[in-house]
Structure formats: C-alpha cells, structure tokens
Design a binder for this molecule. Structure first.
Ligand code: TYD
Length: 131
C-alpha cells in the first residue's frame, strides 16, 4: 500500500509541545494546506482518490479513521496524534470517518485544488488502478 505513517519531531516542554514538518519530511513540495473542522461524528469525508496528488494528513486535534484502498487491499488507520502524519500517495482511495468531537484534520497537499485530479467514483477508481 502506498501509504506511510510518519512520526514527526516532538519538542516537549512544560509550556506545551511543538511538532514540526520541514520540507525534507515529505516527498513533494507542499502547494496547498487545508483543514477539516466542525465535523459531525457521523460524517463521512473523502470517498475519492487522486490521479497525481499526494497528501499528508495529521489529526491536529482529536481522532478519526482513514480507510485506505489500493484497489486490491484495504486497511484502516486511526489518526489520533498531532505528532504523527499519514502520507497517502496518488492512486489510493480514502474514506475518513468516526471523527471525535472537536477533531481537526490538517492536510498538506502536493498541488493546488484541481477537480480533474479527483476520482470520485469507486468503479472509475478500480479501472484507473487496473490500467
Ligand atoms: P471534497 O473534496 O468533496 O471534500 P472531502 O473529500 O474532504 O470530503 O470537497 C468539498 C468541497 O470543497 C468541494 O466542493 C470542493 C471544495 N474544495 C475546494 O474548493 N478546495 C479545496 O482545496 C478542497 C479540499 C475542497
């Protein structure tokens, strides 16, 4: 599976912790940052794959589950640590669910928003990974 859980540096301090993402951490240049927040616990997000874009997801606060699917295998990863991120390369179907209350999902993306880079239909995704 073209995904990887990456531990981020954590600078611990009684005044609060710091985690850092520097450019060497990711195999791409970050072109867009967005975040999901105020997500109801029964919400379902994602439900798509990217043709080219790569993304790095971090549960900045709270927790949620990410279902990952490469067209053959599926796995579920729980994100619940602000010092850990999930790298999802292109060609991976993802679904985000079971958001805890107050959770925030930060996404660092390899490109700006391009709707044409999305595959939002699961059968189309299966055809894409087979081709
Ligand atoms: P969508 O990709 O469906 O959200 P998710 O996959 O996280 O469930 O995006 C929801 C809407 O927001 C959709 O109309 C596209 C828009 N959007 C942007 O305009 N720019 C962005 O960077 C993102 C991520 C979404």
């Amino acid at each position: 599976m073209e995904v990887q859980l990456i531990d981020l540096p954590k600078i611990e301090d009684r005044r609060g912790n710091i985690s850092v993402i520097e450019k060497e951490c990711l195999p791409y240049e970050i072109k867009r940052v967005y975040y999901l927040y105020d997500v109801p616990s029964d919400a379902y997000r994602g439900g798509h794959a990217h043709k080219d874009q790569k993304e790095f997801l971090i549960a900045l606060s709270g927790s949620f589950e990410v279902l990952l699917d490469n067209g053959v295998d599926k796995e579920i990863v729980m994100l619940n640590k602000p010092f850990q991120g999930l790298l999802i390369l292109n060609g991976i179907w993802r679904e985000l669910k079971n958001f805890s209350s107050g959770s925030v999902c930060l996404v660092l993306s390899s490109d700006v928003y391009i709707e044409n880079d999305y595959i939002r239909n699961y059968n189309e995704f299966l055809n894409f990974v087979k081709s």
